[in-house]
Design a protein around this ligand. Structure first.
Ligand SMILES: [Zn+2]
Length: 250
């Protein structure tokens, strides 16, 4: 079973069903059984408290459109901790969502993220954290793999997924190799050869997850990183879906 752990839906907030209908035929064509969606209907880097609530509602409605295919994450923000915890209570503890997404409003090493990380650990759900290291410099609040290492070290009971393998994936994967509560997804970026193999080599196959970052990237180009990787079939099954089933408790 293939699980894509990193999907964003776009479209008008009142047209969530149409967004889901647009996406699923592409997943069908590639045998992707489950898609884990996050961040709402349009990218909002510095959302206010109302916006993380409406974006999370959007994800809940998307999951309700295709509950056998879609899973979703709460959009949490360290700038709005009270609302983030409330959304986690409402949609994870008492609802269908499977984890938390942290994006770029503030670095994840910031202590403001601690209550969110602690509560995720209590709920037993992972946090998918955007990480990147750009040669042109990161955005002011954009986390690197070093930021995630700090956060994960402070919260050993919480599971984290390092999105994009840190962007500069050779450095990103090596940075978190010894921190076993961090997994990495291989999504986003160009479909370069060697990324999946490198993750398996440094983290072990149980800590590498397929994701695409669709619709910013295609499902197929990112899936190719795993399908074309020189790894064993057993490891490929872990990366394609078995790890996501375990980590996100699907
Ligand atoms: Zn993304």
């Amino acid at each position: 079973m293939i699980v894509d752990c990193h999907i964003h839906l776009y479209g008008e907030p009142d047209a969530v069903a149409a967004s889901v209908e647009r996406l699923l035929p592409y997943a069908d064509r590639l045998d992707i059984a489950k898609l884990i969606v996050s961040l709402g209907h349009a990218l909002c880097p510095k959302p206010d408290a109302a916006r993380i609530a409406t974006d999370t509602e959007y994800v809940v409605r998307a999951v309700e459109c295709a509950p056998d295919r879609l899973e979703g994450l709460v959009y949490a923000s360290p700038n709005h901790v009270d609302m983030s915890l409330k959304l986690m209570e409402r949609h994870i503890a008492s609802g269908p969502l499977k984890g938390v997404k942290l994006w770029i409003c503030r670095k994840c090493s910031d202590p403001a993220c601690d209550p969110i990380a602690a509560y995720a650990g209590e709920l037993g759900v992972p946090i998918l954290v955007h990480t990147w290291m750009k040669s042109t410099g990161n955005s002011p609040g954009e986390s690197t793999s070093y930021d995630l290492l700090e956060l994960a070290t402070r919260h050993p009971q919480t599971a984290f997924v390092m999105a994009h393998s840190g962007g500069d994936w050779e450095r990103g994967l090596r940075t978190v190799a010894d921190q076993t509560n961090i997994c990495a997804d291989i999504c986003g970026g160009d479909p370069e050869a060697g990324q999946t193999e490198y993750g398996v080599q440094w983290l072990g196959a149980e800590r590498v997850l397929y994701g695409s970052d669709a619709t910013g990237r295609s499902l197929a180009s990112q899936l190719g990183k795993v399908i074309g990787a020189s790894i064993s079939d057993e490891d490929r099954r872990l990366v394609l879906g078995e790890n996501a089933v375990r980590v996100f408790g699907l």
